[in-house]
Design a protein around this ligand. Structure first.
Ligand code: HEC
Length: 187
């Protein structure tokens, strides 16, 4: 294990550290079908490789500096999500303040996102969707290094490149510990 893998593991651990699975049963009581805990465990398991692959790509990109890491976020994040979105599974990242409008939340995620923004919820959540499908979401909190690209004091070169690629960017002004968005998966 080299130190980069360790860093990735730590980042992934801290990304998910805010919570342990405790899905809210959305089904009417008396419906045994898929208990929310099972769905929460499955959702967390499905998101695992997404987080790991994303952090690996990201830390490789950061070795070339934040400007090049922008390209990794832009080109690789959607590709990683797409490669894992198979067999009826769909996943991604979203936010109440988007950098890329393509990351807009699916409809079921909008009220879930609101509960994180209002502070009513902090942990993972499960939503029962049509046809026995489930939605699962986990909050993403800002860490120290995220402010480089999502904070208030962004290096001019990074800000310029971001503005060029994302003319509608809303994802700045965050501080460490703030809610940045969510990981979500549908299955
Ligand atoms: C090197 C600059 C950079 C750093 C550092 C960075 N991001 Fe981003 N972030 C981006 C870019 C660029 C996008 C848009 C990616 C895309 O096009 O899908 C993005 C998108 C996101 C999104 C998806 C929602 C949206 O707004 O489009 C989330 C969530 C996110 N970042 C969270 C984080 C977190 C948490 C950290 C710290 C662990 C972080 N970012 C660090 C550049 C960065």
């Amino acid at each position: 294990m080299n130190s980069r893998i360790l860093l990735v593991a730590l980042l992934v651990a801290s990304l998910g550290a805010c919570s342990k699975p405790a899905g809210e049963p959305a089904a009417p009581s008396g419906e045994p079908a898929a208990p929310a805990e099972d769905a929460a465990a499955k959702g967390a398991a499905l998101l695992g490789p997404f987080k790991v692959n994303l952090m690996q790509a990201f830390s490789t990109g950061m070795q070339q500096g934040p400007e090049s890491a922008i390209g990794v976020c832009r080109d690789e994040a959607p590709g990683i999500a797409a490669s894992l979105s198979v067999d009826g599974v769909r996943m991604g990242r979203s936010s109440h303040k988007l950098r890329n409008p393509d990351n807009a939340p699916p409809e079921w995620l909008v009220p879930v996102l609101d509960t994180y923004v209002s502070g009513d919820a902090q942990g993972p959540q499960v939503v029962e969707l049509a046809d026995g499908r489930h939605g699962y979401a986990e909050p993403i909190m800002m860490q120290g290094m995220c402010v480089m690209c999502h904070g208030s004091n962004i290096q001019p070169a990074v800000a310029a490149r971001t503005a060029e690629l994302y003319p509608e960017d809303q994802a700045t002004g965050f501080g460490e510990g703030d809610l940045r968005g969510v990981f979500w998966v549908e299955f």
